[in-house]
Design a binder for this molecule. Structure first.
Ligand code: IPD
Length: 300
């Protein structure tokens, strides 16, 4: 299936103001990140679990998502909303806001850096892999007080932000290119199900001897932003959801990254591979040599 673009999607007005949408995504992401950062209870506990006992949700995931949903209902009442923690809210415009209130929840739970708030607006249906295309988005990293922002065709930028939400000057982002496989610093991540982790462990064990090194921080959204910023050369992971990646995919692409699935041109639940053109193609070729059974995603 070919992903829709802003121009092609039948429901979208040709008058979409993508810079304004990316400014809104940025402001919402920074606002939500500051709330999560400043209001994190000292005794933060687990409020529930999802696919496994280690796949946790905290009260702050829910509170921050509700904040984002309330703000979107005020400023974009006709758009749909797809978030990690609550149900899909339908809309009438063909636009859907895809939000991850805290990506890197386990880092947040432990009071570590390496979590973010991801806000994107997409054309198409973000619940169906390959059926959506990010138009604008932002990822806020409150531990570094930085926000990554992009809109389709507009490049990718990073700004610092202050405690009161003020923004510093924006820096243009560019991926590292060309990078050969043996010199590549490659990020990855793991799901929460034991069976999926066992598959992912086999893949990383095969790739590790072929690259400079591997990093696993714990926020897919930030992994994609670090590729965009040249702070890693590539990133791959299986089992991701659209809310983990909607903003980060756009930020990486706008910084010059190629982002695909294993066989498909778009990332799927089975695999996302991102990086500068050379190393992305090399990693994709290596991963395609693994048994396909290692990329089968069974839901938890
Ligand atoms: C997780 C993070 C992690 C990735 C997992 C995701 P969450 O999202 O992005 O880096 O490896 O696959 O589920 O649960 O922290 O929102």
């Amino acid at each position: 299936m070919t992903s829709p673009t802003a121009d092609q999607h039948p429901l979208l007005s040709s008058a979409l103001d993508l810079p304004a949408l990316s400014d809104l995504a940025r402001d919402l992401a920074v606002e939500a990140a500051r709330i999560a950062h400043e209001s994190r209870p000292a005794d933060l506990g687990v409020a529930g679990t999802k696919s496994s006992v280690t796949d946790v949700v905290t009260e702050m995931d829910r509170l921050v998502e509700q904040h984002l949903r309330t703000r979107l209902a005020e400023v974009r009442p006709d758009d749909a909303v797809h978030g990690e923690e609550d149900s899909y809210r339908p809309g009438t415009t063909g636009l859907t806001w895809v939000i991850d209130p805290i990506d890197g929840t386990v880092n947040y739970l432990y009071g570590r850096a390496g979590w973010s708030v991801s806000v994107a607006v997409v054309a198409g249906d973000p619940r169906i892999a390959g059926d959506w295309e990010p138009l604008a988005g932002a990822v806020a990293d409150p531990s570094a007080a930085e926000v990554y922002v992009a809109h389709q065709g507009g490049g990718a930028r990073r700004s610092s932000f202050t405690d009161d939400g003020g923004l510093g000057a924006a820096t243009e982002l560019r991926v590292n290119e060309p990078v050969e496989l043996g010199m590549a610093l490659v990020e990855t991540g793991f799901g929460y199900l034991a069976e999926r982790r066992a598959q992912q462990a086999q893949v990383v064990a095969g790739l590790l001897p072929q690259v400079r090194d591997i990093r696993r921080v714990g926020s897919a959204a930030l992994d994609l932003c670090w590729v965009a910023a040249g702070e890693a050369d590539a990133y791959y992971e299986s089992g991701l959801n659209s809310y983990d990646i909607a903003a980060g995919v756009l930020i990486a692409r706008e910084a010059g990254a190629v982002v695909t699935g294993l066989d498909e041109l778009h990332p799927t639940r089975g695999m996302l591979i991102a990086g500068g053109p050379r190393v992305q193609a090399e990693i994709r070729a290596v991963l395609r040599e693994f048994p396909r059974s290692l990329f089968v995603i069974r839901e938890g």
